[in-house]
Design a protein. Structure first.
Lengths: 195, 258
């Protein structure tokens, strides 16, 4: 799970970013834009809204880069956590008032150019992480997978999940706890096997 | 509810997944301030949660997102007071050196020439840029619609909203579709129009269709699965946005199969 193996390492780029180096921001964007965008699309289900979240996530990373501590986790985890908060907030905002926040130039959207740099820079490491977490999720029973998805990707609380699934709250709590325990055990074993 | 008087075991998983109620979050965070054991449990489960974003299928990033982001940072920073004072002192030094009369005359003359030239260049470049935008927009729409496998299909009105009409432009090459409607009434408070990609009896939520006060709306759809695998598009009025299956009134539908 160590994403700081590249040259220059993420930590150095974050430090440069905190000193106002825009090229460091762009390098980090090339490394992580695809992961952030894909994650945002998965939560909000709308490519245009996900684009706004992508830009906002990197803007916040830029603004808060002075507070980032590598010792507390990787840059990717930090950035994806910012993305998660933004996307879930957006989801909840849309539930209250389901209108798109801003207008876009539709011809710009139709043009649909893909950012090749962001694709190229997406390292094999990301694919490795993807395969790892998918394998971990696949070994969970479907009801346990479902509570994880409802909580993490749809921003529902345990009580809301209980209402959505029409299942007792205690059942939801147990499924969530067991699911996380199994994921932790599986990933711990895999991590151990890789080292 | 805390697991016991001293630790928060049961709350750790929902805490890192963001599934606790606000009052529970507050209690967990107060407990974590002084409990190294529970902090370690949270860190361990957070490492698992940190991997969940990678469950999302990788999707290519639109190039305009990078341009828009970098434009935010490449615009000239506003001059700070210190910069202004520094610039001013340099100007004063220069004027003193050359003689203020000569400097001011030259400056006024240069400003006039510069202003006049800039004004003419601005007018020309504004016109050129307007023409370029129009040309590019036309080309873009033409390219999207004339994609080898692309096509346009109309949305059939189910009869619920008599004035509603619209269409879908599909571009399987980019795995994207643009849905355009007009004449849809504003949904009642708490309701929204949800767009579904249909495959047999399966419905995939493709997003909320925002509708303005004129009843017009557009939604750019980039499904996670291949566009060609779906055989229809449906617009329904739902009471929630995160519905997993259509249960509300069917407003518009289109056939998009081969």
């Amino acid at each position: 799970m160590d994403a700081d193996r590249r040259d220059p390492p993420d930590g150095e780029l974050v430090r440069r970013m905190s000193e106002g180096d825009v090229s460091a921001l762009e390098e980090l964007y090339s490394r992580y834009a695809r992961a952030v965008y894909s994650f945002a699309v998965r939560i909000v289900g709308d490519g245009l809204v996900a684009e706004e979240i992508l830009q906002e996530a990197f803007t916040r990373a830029w603004q808060q880069s002075g507070r980032f501590e590598l010792a507390r986790g990787s840059f990717a985890s930090w950035l994806l956590s910012i993305t998660h908060n933004l996307a879930i907030d957006e989801l909840r905002r849309r539930q209250r008032r389901p209108q798109r926040a801003s207008t876009v130039d539709i011809t710009d959207v139709l043009r649909g150019e893909v950012d090749v740099s962001a694709d190229v820079e997406e390292a094999a490491e990301m694919s490795e992480l993807r395969a790892l977490i998918r394998a971990a999720m696949d070994q969970l029973p479907a009801p346990q997978q479902r509570v994880i998805e409802l909580a993490y990707f749809e921003g529902l609380t345990q009580r809301e999940i209980s209402a959505t699934l029409n299942e007792p709250l205690g059942t939801v709590k147990t499924r969530m706890r067991l699911a996380m325990q199994k994921l932790k055990d599986f990933l711990g074993t895999e991590e151990g096997a890789r080292h | 509810m805390l697991e016991d008087d001293t630790h928060i075991g049961e709350l750790v998983a929902p805490y890192v997944l963001g599934a606790l109620e606000p009052d529970e979050v507050e209690r967990v965070e107060i407990h974590l301030i002084d409990c190294a054991e529970c902090q370690a449990m949270v860190e361990a489960e957070r490492r698992v949660a940190d991997l969940l974003p990678y469950l999302a299928d990788p999707i290519p990033v639109p190039a305009r997102a990078r341009r828009n982001l970098m434009n935010r940072f490449r615009t000239p920073a506003p001059q700070t007071l210190a910069d202004a004072i520094d610039t001013r002192s340099r100007v004063v030094t220069l004027v003193t050196r050359l003689g203020w009369v000569a400097a001011m005359t030259a400056a006024v003359f240069a400003l006039f020439l510069g202003w006049n030239s800039t004004r003419m260049q601005d007018q020309v470049s504004k016109k050129n840029s307007e023409i370029n935008v129009l040309t590019q927009n036309q080309q873009t729409i033409a390219q999207f619609v004339s994609s080898p496998n692309g096509f346009v299909t109309s949305l059939e009105n189910t009869g619920v909203a008599s004035g509603a009409q619209g269409g879908v432009i599909l571009n399987p090459t980019r795995n994207a579709a643009l849905l355009v409607v007009e004449g849809l009434p504003k949904p009642p408070t708490g309701h929204s129009y949800v767009v579904w990609m249909v495959r047999g009896n399966e419905h995939v939520n493709a997003g909320i269709l925002p509708v303005d006060s004129q009843g017009r709306g557009t939604l750019y759809i980039t499904p996670r699965e291949a566009l060609a695998s779906f055989d229809g598009i449906l617009v329904t009025e739902e009471t929630g946005t995160q519905v997993s299956n259509p249960s509300g009134t069917r407003m518009l539908a289109a056939h998009v199969g081969n």
